[in-house]
Write a protein that binds this ligand. Structure first.
Ligand SMILES: Nc1ncnc2c1ncn2[C@@H]1O[C@H](COP(=O)(O)OP(=O)(O)OP(=O)(O)O)[C@@H](O)[C@H]1O
Length: 316
């Protein structure tokens, strides 16, 4: 036994952020953010427009200096250990750094040449469906092809950690699946991934942990399963034909229950769904000749969680 104390949380996290603050003039883009990305896992940052996701990622990448807080990327400071991090971290740049006249294959081979042990370029082009455009100049690529090439450039050097800011934005369904498969494979190979996304299904499909941020602060975090079950042992949804007074029906539910009309004629009760709660609702409706046409007990979707925490749709 050695006498060295062991950090039981995570001895070598890929990313650790504490109390991060970034202001742009009077606007606070990031307001005391904490993040943890255990090595070899995928963390999704989910938040509405302007939540501070890109600013956070750019600070972690070393492109933007924070006003306060601690950021450790692979145990290093992205502000001062840039040279070492550039070798070990993959960054997906949105069109940045591309020579418009350079061909897709040339660009990827150039990125590969910076690495001692790059992935096989031809294999990567095939995986991302880019083989046909290998000789196409960057400026002639479609937005989706440019996006996939940016991802290829980020990972060709076999990084330990990859930052992906909205990796599938603007991709069609087929290309999105290709990218999802590649990100899953990265994780299987032990690569750590921080991604930002607006897409609930993307976060649920790929992430080991999700951090929901709003106005530069963490409003919830956990595994997809934890987030969708938190705060509600269940959720009751029903559709009704007739006049439902939300306030009056809400009043027959026990304290702490929340009833909302999610879309016209569809209602959601958040709280512990017991037989008594179901009876109270159906009895109230029967007494007013309101016909319930559909009633089911569900766990909340990530979309519902997001809406209830931020008050907004994820694409607000
Ligand atoms: N360079 C900048 N100068 C001034 N304000 C900025 C700058 N960059 C970001 N902001 C502001 O900081 C806030 C957070 O922006 P950020 O781009 O980080 O959010 P985001 O969550 O990535 O949003 P989106 O999903 O729309 O990309 C926004 O209010 C934005 O307008």
């Amino acid at each position: 036994m050695s006498g060295v104390p062991v950090d039981i949380e995570d001895p070598k996290p890929a990313l650790r952020v504490r109390g991060l603050v970034k202001k742009f003039g009077t606007r606070t883009a990031v307001n005391g953010l904490d993040l943890d990305l255990p090595a070899g896992s995928v963390l999704a940052l989910l938040g509405p427009n302007g939540a501070g996701k890109t600013t956070t990622v750019e600070i972690c990448e070393g492109f933007t200096a924070p006003d306060a807080g601690v950021v450790e990327v692979l145990g290093l400071d992205p502000g001062s250990d840039n040279d070492e991090l550039r070798r070990r971290v993959g960054v997906m740049l949105q069109g940045g750094g591309a020579y418009p006249g350079a061909r897709a294959g040339e660009m990827l081979r150039l990125c590969a040449s910076y690495s001692a042990e790059p992935l096989d370029v031809d294999w990567l082009l095939t995986e991302l469906g880019l083989t046909e455009v290998e000789r196409t100049p960057y400026r002639r690529l479609s937005g989706g092809q440019q996006q996939r090439l940016a991802l290829a450039c980020a990972i060709v050097g076999r990084p330990e950690l990859v930052f992906l800011d909205e990796p599938t934005a603007g991709l069609d369904a087929h290309a999105r699946i290709l990218v999802w498969e590649l990100i899953s494979r990265l994780r299987d190979d032990g690569v750590s991934v921080l991604l930002t996304t607006h897409l609930m299904d993307e976060a649920e499909e790929l992430a080991d942990r999700i951090v929901i941020i709003d106005a530069g602060q963490v409003v919830a975090s956990g595994t997809p399963e934890e987030l969708t079950s938190r705060g509600a042992d269940g959720e009751l949804r029903f559709t009704a034909v007739g006049d439902v007074d939300v306030v009056a029906l809400g009043a027959v539910l026990p304290d702490g229950y929340r009833l909302t009309e999610s879309t016209s004629g569809t209602f959601v009760v958040v709280g512990d769904v017991t037989p008594n709660v179901i009876t109270a609702i159906t009895a109230w409706c029967a007494a007013r000749d309101v016909l319930i046409t559909d009633l089911r007990v569900d766990t909340r979707s990530l979309e519902d969680v997001f809406l209830s925490l931020t008050g907004r749709e994820v694409r607000s």
